[in-house]
Design a protein around this ligand. Structure first.
Ligand code: BDR
Ligand code: CA
Length: 314
């Protein structure tokens, strides 16, 4: 099994990913660490605690960063995920509380307690991981793998979703993302290049509602707002499978084709938040790539197999 810490900005597709991780026997969900992004840190953390309570999850919840590493705070993306992050659903009263430690400290201490065993899966901005690396760079050598949902590398013409050049999780904290991608630990990046290849159609979500018990009904409820956004914004009947794809990678890496090479993030100017990978093997004697470790980027996915895995798991 894979011991994972899931770093998230819950978030409609984050909820889809959390319930997927909780349901699959190959995953041991140790903790949910929260970060600003789709919702404020207060709302996102409340949403995580509410899910923990509702589904009697053993995972700890630790509250993370309210704002990017260096930049001014960015507001929640309410047009996509609704006023509090869960669309039309309001997370009710919660009697549980979060771990007393901030997310970065929770990550550092847990990684050190389980050397070589923890997979960090991120489905929000990368601020908590960057803070953890800053506080304890040695964790890079102790983590099993880092799996990131984020970025857009232009494979198959897939570009950004918040700007023509940038994907939301990277755009929300580009400096943090660049730090995570250039650290000396194994990173797998599941970006829009693959997440936009998989679609939860309206009919697929209806089937989950009818066949996946209470979690299926909750996922149907929480996805109504998201589907209205997709319909209004890009005329699509359904939604892309962003955050659950990172969990799918952990369960079954063979679903994805990966490309290897160092990755950087543009942190200034009109293409801020853009992700780049050097994969051509050419030598660029004066460039900065040489100092960066090779990471792996998803370039293709067996989408029907991924959809079947998600449905069967739920
Ligand atoms: C990512 O941005 C967020 O809105 C989603 O939850 C996902 O993590 C997709 O670009
Ligand atoms: Ca997310």
């Amino acid at each position: 099994t894979h011991k994972i810490i899931l770093d998230t900005d819950p978030g409609i597709d984050d909820a889809m990913a959390i319930l997927f991780a909780e349901a699959h026997p190959a995953i041991d969900l140790l903790a949910i660490t929260t970060v600003f992004g789709n919702a404020t840190i207060e709302n996102g953390t409340h949403n995580a605690l509410w899910l923990k309570q509702k589904y009697v999850m053993k995972a700890d919840v630790a509250k993370g960063a309210a704002a990017p590493l260096l930049r001014e705070p960015v507001g929640p993306t309410t047009v996509v995920h609704g006023p509090t992050g869960f669309g039309d659903v309001r997370a009710g009263e919660v009697s549980l509380s979060a771990d007393p430690r901030p997310a970065w400290q929770y990550i550092v201490e847990t990684v050190k307690a389980h050397p070589g065993e923890i997979t960090l899966v991120t489905i929000g901005p990368l601020t908590n991981l960057a803070l953890a690396l800053q506080a304890a760079p040695e964790i890079a050598g102790l983590v099993r793998e880092v799996v990131v949902m984020g970025g857009a590398f232009g494979v198959n013409g897939h570009r950004g979703n918040v700007t023509p050049y940038a994907e939301a999780n990277i755009h929300d904290d580009p400096e943090a993302a660049d730090m995570v991608f250039t650290a000396d630990w194994p990173v797998v990046i599941i970006g829009l290049d693959v997440t936009q290849q998989s679609v939860f159609s309206g009919a697929y979500l209806d089937a989950l509602r009818d066949e996946a018990g209470e979690p299926g009904r909750f996922l149907w409820d929480v996805s109504r707002f998201y589907l209205r956004f997709y319909s209004a914004r890009i005329g699509m009947e359904g939604c892309h499978v962003h955050d659950p794809s990172a969990i799918a990678y952990v369960i079954d890496p063979s679903l994805f084709t990966l490309r290897e090479g160092p990755v950087r993030v543009i942190t200034q100017g009109p293409a801020i938040g853009h992700t780049l990978q050097k994969f051509d093997g050419n030598s660029h004697p004066h460039d900065e790539w040489a100092a960066c470790p090779a990471q792996r980027v998803g370039v293709a996915v067996r989408d029907q197999a991924l959809l079947a895995l998600y449905r069967d798991t739920l």
